[in-house]
Design a protein around this ligand. Structure first.
Ligand code: GA4
Length: 329
């Protein structure tokens, strides 16, 4: 075992810590069975109450998840210098501890990948040693389908005339959706030295429409409830977690909430997560959808394009309220 001294801890001091949180899991996270005919009502309720839920009977083959997980572990087990050859993430590639361009750091290493599989993306994969492009392709295609299915049920549940009002944004050829593989190495020594929990990925909301997350069976993911309490999500490697993003909050004029979430590093076990961030095309206009607004209901947000929102998001710090700039006074 490597014993770290105080100076070693100081070397990692930019990594944030928090008070050790309760180890009990929150048991009220909605679990929605997508094979049930009434799931749309439960989906709408979960988006309103939590902006977060788990889906089962999701249709993504288990094999896609396990193959990609072992590919990811193979990559993250390479030497630092090998992994660094695939970085920095500008915007795609390997990143270590630094998150985004504005000074955020976390106890995490990751790969940010594009989701369009053109020749260009095949080329960019060649720069990632030991990485099998087809495992990402299979997984992402299947998860995109899951995301679109959920969005169509949501449109139905909201009684919208067009079932594809949200899903068509992700299906657009120019959709700016991205894919992320995160690895949170265990850190028992650091945790023991500081007596606190290490933040793997600091609190934030996702700027996109919807995010679909799958992790191995290691703990760490927390969501913030409406009253601001942080609760731990029980991991489940066979299911997916759906996260409502800022753009969805805007399109529903605040009826669905983009949920604040974060990841605490696990002191004993490596956590690996894979997240698909479903986004519109850069030119797509994001604004509250009129048919979803009650008579006399005022729009809470100024209209913007995804490209404008993304640009502004990338100028913010992780924990900032990014929608603040787009809220009407
Ligand atoms: C949060 C959601 C996605 O992981 C991400 C993140 C992005 C990054 O890691 O580069 C951002 C973050 C995320 C929001 C604000 C900016 C951009 C880091 C950051 C400080 C890939 C994304 O799209 O937005």
């Amino acid at each position: 075992m490597v014993v770290l001294s105080k100076p070693a801890l100081e070397q990692f001091s930019p990594i944030k810590t928090c008070k050790p949180s309760s180890t009990t899991f929150y048991s009220n996270i909605p679990v929605i069975d997508l094979s049930k005919p009434d799931c749309k009502t439960q989906l709408v309720k979960a988006c309103e109450e939590f902006g977060f839920f788990k889906v089962v009977n999701h249709g993504v083959p288990m094999e896609f998840m396990s193959v990609l997980e072992s590919e990811a572990m193979k990559f993250f087990s390479l030497s630092q210098s090998e992994k660094d050859k695939a970085g920095p993430p500008d915007p795609f590639g390997y990143g270590n501890r630094r998150i985004g361009p504005n000074g955020d750091v976390g106890w995490v290493e990751y790969l940010l990948l594009r989701t369009t599989f053109s020749q260009k993306s095949f080329d960019s994969f060649k720069e990632i040693p030991n990485f099998c492009c087809s495992s990402v392709h299979d997984f992402v295609s299947s998860v995109r389908q899951l995301a679109c299915g959920v969005l169509e049920e949501l449109a139905d549940g909201l009684k919208m005339k067009q079932r594809n009002v949200f899903s068509k944004l992700l299906k657009d050829e120019e959709s700016d959706s991205i894919f992320r593989l995160n690895h949170y190495p265990p850190c028992p020594e650091l945790q023991a030295l500081s007596g606190r929990d290490l933040i793997g990925f600091g609190e934030h909301t996702d700027p996109q429409i919807i995010s679909v997350l799958r992790s191995n069976n290691a703990t760490g993911l927390q969501i913030s409830l409406k009253d601001g309490t942080w609760v731990s999500v029980p991991p489940d490697q066979n299911s997916f977690f759906i996260i409502v993003g800022d753009s969805m909050q805007v399109m529903t004029n605040g009826r669905f909430k983009s949920v604040k979430h974060r990841v605490l590093a696990n002191s004993r076990k490596s956590r690996v997560s894979m997240i698909y961030f479903g986004a519109p095309a850069p030119r797509a206009r994001i604004a509250p959808i009129e048919s979803l607004m009650k008579e006399g209901e005022e729009s809470l947000y100024k209209e913007f394009t995804w490209s404008e929102y993304k640009k502004s998001a990338y100028m913010s710090r992780l924990a900032d309220n990014r929608l603040g700039h787009f809220q009407k006074q």
